[in-house]
Write a protein that binds this ligand. Structure first.
Ligand SMILES: CC(=O)SCCNC(=O)CCNC(=O)[C@H](O)C(C)(C)COP(=O)(O)OP(=O)(O)OC[C@H]1O[C@@H](n2cnc3c(N)ncnc32)[C@H](O)[C@@H]1OP(=O)(O)O
Ligand SMILES: N[C@@H](CCO)C(=O)O
Length: 350
């Protein structure tokens, strides 16, 4: 395994799955039809036993070998030479799947603010549709972090014995009031943009910048900012931490939109694996797959104890912890530790 080689994007295939069967949502609303854009790397083996299904986080897309380039790719832990790796853009997101700017079949116009509320369970149900469409009867490993881990847990319950390993990173079985609070402050920032309510893709975009800046403070640990954003000279204004957060807001606003952000942050709030299942403990213990939960020691958003709890309640759970001042986002950054944990976990299972 070469963890230091240059990033070289492996050959990928991009497709769009169109489901014409209605998707009945937890809210009671119905999506009459929906599309999921997905990317695959590698080939399904004759035994169909090499499926690695990746679920992206809040603002990710289906090109997992780009944003997880230290983990997926030639000579990386998940090598397309050995695995069939698939990632679908989540429903509501703006990278090719049905989202608030898609046409509402009822009106012939984009949904905009009428896009229905989707929960992590709804998102898992849409992925399940895609799995059935592709004729995948067994998933070797399902892996996702943060919102991706939440959807992964929901899907693991649904998949039963069709899933062998669920790898859940920096995530939780039920969204805490702390996370709902962070998400609400971000939605308040979006609402305070005077263009919010307008019907175009830039509606709420300045609010989205602020939302991302707030979110970044929950994705990083104070030590990370101390190391990277401390001043080199005495000053009264123009602080590096300030320009860093503004830059991060602008960076997201160039590639995302406020309505998708709103939709997916509400999906995160909705997450409760135990809803209508007799509680979180019962739901976690109903997962048939082996569960590897990986927390981050300095995660201020999804606390490591929350991630560890998943492993403790799973029938067959293992816990590992990333050591990083990067905070919550360490699951997108600390490739060497991730690869090491994955390797030792699979060795322990064999
Ligand atoms: C189409 C798509 O891109 S979607 C798929 C990709 N995205 C995802 O999957 C979402 C998940 N990914 C992420 O959230 C992020 O990419 C992460 C967490 C992996 C990494 O975040 P980064 O922003 O690269 O890291 P970090 O917090 O260190 O910030 C570095 C950036 O801030 C800039 N920066 C650092 N300090 C300052 C400062 N004081 N003032 C202004 N800018 C600053 C750097 O120049 C750098 O800019 P760049 O991204 O243009 O190169
Ligand atoms: N940094 C992640 C969110 C935290 O999981 C993203 O933008 O998707």
């Amino acid at each position: 395994m070469n963890l230091t080689s240059q990033y070289a994007e492996p050959t990928m295939t991009q497709e769009v799955f169109h489901s014409s069967e209605p998707l009945h949502l937890e809210s009671g609303e119905v999506l009459k039809a929906f599309e999921l854009a997905y990317t695959t790397y590698g080939q399904l083996n004759p035994e169909k036993s090499n499926v690695i299904w990746v679920i992206h986080a809040l603002t990710g897309d289906s090109k997992a070998a780009e944003w997880w380039n230290g983990l997926i790719g030639e000579d990386k832990f998940f090598d397309p030479a050995d695995h069939f790796i698939i990632c679908a853009n989540l429903l509501g997101s703006c990278y090719g799947s049905t989202n608030p700017f898609s046409e509402n079949p009822e009106s012939g116009e984009p949904y905009f603010y009428d896009f229905p509320q989707v929960t992590t369970r709804d998102l898992a149900a849409s992925l399940e549709r895609l799995r059935i469409h592709l004729g995948i009867h067994q998933i070797h490993t399902l892996i996702g972090g943060s919102l991706g881990g939440q959807v992964g847990l929901e899907w693991a319950v649904i998949l039963g014995k069709k899933l062998k390993h669920a790898v859940i990173l920096a995530s939780t079985a039920k969204t805490s009031p702390w996370v709902v609070g962070f998400n609400e402050t971000q939605r308040m920032a979006i609402e305070s943009d005077c263009t919010w309510g307008e019907r175009h893709e830039l509606a709420g975009i300045k609010g989205l910048e602020t939302a991302r800046a707030i979110a970044m403070l929950s994705y990083r640990h104070p030590d990370d900012l101390t190391v990277k954003q401390s001043e080199r000279e005495e000053k009264l204004d123009g602080f590096r931490a300030a320009s860093y957060l503004r830059y991060q807001g602008q960076k997201l606003a160039k590639r995302f939109n406020a309505l998708s952000y709103w939709t997916l942050s509400k999906a995160m709030d909705s997450h409760d694996l135990g809803r209508n299942r007799g509680g979180v403990d019962v739901a976690i213990s109903s997962i048939e797959a082996r569960v590897l939960a990986i927390g981050v020691n300095a995660d201020l958003l999804f606390l490591p104890t929350e991630t560890q709890y998943i492993s403790q309640k799973a029938k067959r759970g293992t816990y590992k912890e990333i050591n990083s001042t990067a905070g919550h986002d360490a699951f997108l950054i600390e490739f060497e530790q991730l690869a090491y944990f994955l390797k030792s976990y699979y060795l322990e299972q064999n």
